[in-house]
Design a protein around this ligand. Structure first.
Ligand code: HEC
Length: 140
């Protein structure tokens, strides 16, 4: 094989690799999307941006447990506050990289997994405070 061809293939492979890293950044769903559609995308955000610290099942690794009994999601008083916390402070090593839409998606994923939100509901960003999580106001 000619050298230029090998180099060209190498570049193509790198380009593909970069494209797949970006792949989960999707156009936001329109207002009125179901929680199920949001949570599906949120699972992708979670795997790409959160799982390495919080675990692929949200069980906690260097980050705290976010899914299941004893999940730290219960430390927040409501979903609006949890959303604001994630948007401002997470991922811990790169806070601020999530778009608002990605944050809503990962929030839906976490709240469905924790049995707080129901799949069939329509997602409404302005009604998040109505979802009580049981905690006191978070210290941050
Ligand atoms: C580099 C590691 C890391 C990544 C990546 C990360 N986190 Fe965290 N996260 C932590 C640590 C550590 C804590 C514990 C609080 C602290 O140290 O600030 C935490 C705390 C939290 C909390 C508060 C729970 C508590 O214990 O008070 C939430 C909610 C949270 N993370 C969500 C997320 C979400 C959602 C993502 C992905 C968008 C994410 N984190 C990505 C390390 C990480």
């Amino acid at each position: 094989m000619k050298k230029w061809l090998v180099a060209g293939l190498g570049i193509a492979v790198i380009a593909l690799g970069m494209a797949s890293c970006q792949a989960y950044t999707l156009t936001p769903l329109p207002e009125g999307a179901t929680v199920e559609a949001m949570a599906d995308r949120g699972a992708d955000v979670f795997i790409n941006r959160c799982a390495r610290c919080h675990g692929f099942k949200g069980q906690g690794v260097v980050g705290t447990r976010l899914i299941g009994a004893e999940s730290h999601v219960q430390h927040f008083s409501n979903a609006a506050e949890l959303n604001d916390y994630i948007l401002e402070w997470m991922p811990k090593d790169k806070p601020g990289i999530l778009t608002e839409a990605e944050c809503h998606e990962v929030l839906c994923f976490l709240l469905v997994e924790n049995g707080v939100m129901n799949h069939d509901m329509v997602f409404r960003a302005d009604e998040l405070a109505a979802f009580h999580l049981g905690g006191e106001t978070h210290p941050h």
